[in-house]
Design a protein around this ligand. Sequence first.
Ligand code: PMP
Length: 487
Amino acid sequence: MEDIAKEETLQLRNRHVGGACKLFFASDPLKIVRASGQYMYDEQGQQYLDCINNVCHVGHCHPDVVEAGYKQMQVLNTNSRYLHDTLVLLAKRLTETMPGKLSVVYFVNSGSEANDLAIRLAKHHTRGTEMLTLDHAYHGHVVSALEVSPYKLRQQVDDSHPPPDHVHWVSCPDVYRGKYRDRDYPGQDIGQLYANDVRDVIHKIKQDGKNVSFFIAESMQSCGGQIILPQGYLQSVYKYVREAGGVCIADEVQVGFGRVGSHFWAFQPQGVEPDIVTLGKPMGNGHPVAAVVTTQAISDSFRDSGMEYFNTYGGNPVSCSIAMAVLDVIEKEHLRQNALDVGQYWKAKVTELMSQFDIIGQVRGQGLFLGIDLVKDRETREPATEEANTVITRMKEEHILLSTDGPYSNVIKTKPPMCFSKNNVDHFMEKLTVILTEVTTQRTNTNVNSSQGVSNGLTGGNTDVINKDDGDINKNICTGRKSMKVH
Ligand code: PMP
């Protein structure tokens, strides 16, 4: 299945592909030539268990999805200025999965485009200028989305893209290692403590004579380190934002389409109804299709500006057929139930491992979205960044694909295709146990040796890479130039 040898592929990539586009496992990159279900295969035919691809949501190259695209390509592909049944039926079907007021859909091609359009909708509707985003959030690579992405802006080592003054970073509501930690506020409503910060920022905006446009947040924060928002947080925040005349945007680009298992959308367990929801990645199972869902009133404000919205590829019949097939497969194969069952099983298994390895500080997640927070010390919660890197590098050697995330890149992140099975979990657990034993033994030896004056760094395989979800491989951890601006 190779056109050229792996070495040549790498050379051509280095020569002709932009250096800002990074590879996973940069010192020993994988060449993947095909994939099926939850498995990927390299050029030698070696199988890898894919624990991180949330784009190929219903399984890599699912035959129903492939067939839907192939069939439609044989008949018609054109823009959305003609009437087409699949476009309207898909819009209807998507809105049926959401609260009643979210009844209008705009089709686009990527999560970044969806968030860019969401920002435009909010601006038109509210006329406000001020934007609120969570620290460590990522919402896309286009300029508008980048501006509300502290995750990216923190990585800059120069001043080429300064964080704009109209964007306000609010604390990420991480109850494990954020500003308000569970153990420091026993019995208190931590969600409300974090929400109070948002209320205070809004108060300051008003004092400065400005108006709020929107608050944007993922319904579970993936790039921030698999953060499960504390109960009640979004409810309070949405209330404050709306009282100030702003609208609330839920970014479901990573976490939507049933990944939480209990619901179709990750905002639903939070008991809120956003004003704008953005969809992407899983929607086309790898094919670029995305959408913005909003209310009639917000959509009307946008229309009333007089500016036509035209998107050449957004809502083309092929993309719509593919997205429809994805929805069919989620239903037909009961993938939401599978996410719930396998996710619970997985979380319980890793939690059990905590009694064996105190390097595991916390296990958090919902459905097939799990974060394993590795710490050097459970008491201080100091992030075990190098160890997390060693774990994912060693797991790759065992043919299991994972990534790390969070501001310290110490959180092992899983978000596999939704067909992931309990057998896959058992296999993952077997390898993880072996590798954590290695890592912790090595750490103990290192500590003993260094207390005896022997220098010995923890290595364990090629530990020069840190795999970030959106493709960043970066050692510049939490060096944010703008950390002062987090409220
Ligand atoms: N929002 C979130 C939460 C994301 O994770 C991403 C991609 N990692 C985007 C938006 C941007 O999506 P895309 O890469 O499809 O433009």
